[in-house]
Design a protein around this ligand. Structure first.
Ligand code: SF4
Ligand code: SF4
Length: 437
């Protein structure tokens, strides 16, 4: 990395610069390096957490501009998996840093017309609009069924965008999209122990609506009444990860306004990426005088579905399932929310399940929001590494808890010719209850 001084002053634009207080916590010890997937693959200091933090510091000190191609490349080659946060003994909250660094890049970044259009379409026109997203999801499944992938791959030899689209089509899960409109209320079975609002998500609702229904059934079966509030929208995680913090903040305000009036004990979410972002609404809106306090209050009530179930304990006994199961920890559940013991404790309560160890279960699968689309080569390297470990573990079922991970892992398994089934933890629990006496 060039160390030349470009200007003797901070090169960040106003607002959303990586927080100096967080940068200063880094003591360059390097404990995070062995946990960083991009450092493992690329072997370059600037593609390690420590190297990227150094780049952010350099921009504060006027040595490199966020518009510099190297700054942009290293910041975007990061998965934002936050494994470095878990490893860091100094409490560096790296996710907040890299997301702010990306927002600085986006302030001045120029894209080609097509790339700009795709980004506008996905982030502005689809994710925040459930009906449009459901429609496009159905179209995508139909395109997959009609064999559009092969055609796109052919065109992709000349047109890079077509090759990217073919790669995206490979991620479409087997079967049909499931987006059943959920009842507005799932009454608690037996004595009501809690009342929660289910956060449906955007891609989760469009492609994994059946998992939302399963989550509500599992919670209700365990004495937790579930309400499904209207007016909620995409949590904004993909926007924040992509450096679009203003759009992320707007979505946060809409969700807070829709959900905070509800008389509930918690806002429950089953998508790890959404959960991590919802829990950081306080940070996202900290500089907005009208919303900061409301956002903090809202974030404090967000819980992953496994968290509330493990905290309250299962009152309904799960039914038996005869299978070898491995658990792959979603980064934004493990590193983003520090939720790891709870899903494992729930799995351990299903009679007949044999939990098999999976090496590097705490490593990113390469999905990482839209990383598998924006950085396909690096993403595939990480997916192949994951598939090698999966082949060694050879479970019947691979359990995880995030829509992006579900799609990425299923695509990897399909390509590798393995027969492992991929399931969300809540789907597995629901299946277990279906087999209960
Ligand atoms: S981020 Fe943390 S673990 Fe990594 S070098 Fe800095 S202080 Fe050490
Ligand atoms: S977030 Fe993940 S990929 Fe990025 S620096 Fe940290 S460990 Fe490495």
């Amino acid at each position: 990395m060039a160390d030349t001084v470009i200007r003797p002053a901070a090169l960040y634009l106003d607002g959303d610069a990586p927080a100096q207080e967080l940068i200063q916590r880094c003591v360059h010890c390097g404990f995070c390096l062995p946990t960083c997937p991009t450092y493992a693959v690329l072997g370059i200091e600037a593609d390690s957490p420590r190297g990227r933090i150094r780049l952010m510091k350099d921009a504060w000190e006027g040595r490199i501009a966020p518009q510099n191609a190297a700054f942009e490349r290293h910041v975007y080659q990061c998965l934002d998996c936050r494994a470095c946060e878990t490893a860091c003994p100094s409490g560096v909250e790296y996710g907040k840093l890299v997301e702010a660094a990306r927002s600085q890049v986006e302030r001045t970044r120029r894209r080609g017309a097509m790339a700009h259009f795709v980004r506008w379409l996905a982030l502005d026109q689809l994710l925040p609009h459930p009906r449009r997203l459901a429609f496009v999801t159905r179209l995508t499944y139909a395109a997959r069924d009609l064999g559009a992938g092969a055609l796109l791959r052919l065109v992709g030899r000349r047109v890079p965008l077509a090759a990217r689209l073919a790669g995206s089509l490979d991620l479409v899960p087997a079967g049909r999209p499931s987006a059943p409109a959920l009842p507005l209320l799932f009454p608690a079975a037996g004595t009501r122990r809690a009342r929660v609002a289910l956060f449906e998500g955007c891609i989760q609702r469009a492609a994994f609506g059946a998992t939302n229904a399963a989550t509500a059934r599992v919670l209700a079966r365990n004495g937790i009444e579930v309400v499904v509030a209207e007016g909620q929208t995409c949590c904004g995680a993909l926007h924040v990860h992509a450096g679009e913090r203003a759009a992320g903040r707007e979505l946060a305000r809409r969700n807070i306004a829709a959900l905070e009036p509800l008389d509930v004990d918690a806002f429950v979410v089953n998508a790890a990426g959404c959960g991590a972002n919802l829990k950081e609404y306080g940070w996202l809106l900290k500089d907005d005088a009208r919303w900061a306090e409301r956002a903090e209050r809202f974030a404090a009530k967000v819980k992953d579905a496994s968290e509330i179930l493990a905290d309250l304990g299962l009152t309904a006994a799960p039914g038996p399932l005869d299978a070898n199961v491995a658990y792959d920890e979603p980064c934004h559940l493990l590193h983003g929310q520090k939720v790891s013991a709870q899903p494992k404790a729930l799995l351990a309560q299903i009679p007949g399940l044999r939990i098999v160890p999976l090496a590097e279960a705490d490593w990113c699968c390469g999905s990482a929001g839209i990383y598998n689309v924006s950085q396909p080569d690096l993403s595939r390297k990480l997916l192949h590494r994951k598939m090698e470990h999966l082949r060694a573990a050879a479970p019947d079922i691979l359990v995880t808890a995030n829509p992006g991970c579900l799609m990425q892992l299923e695509a990897g398994i399909r390509e590798s010719g393995m027969r492992t089934e991929v399931l969300h933890l809540m789907d597995l629990l629901d299946r277990s209850y279906a087999s209960a006496p």
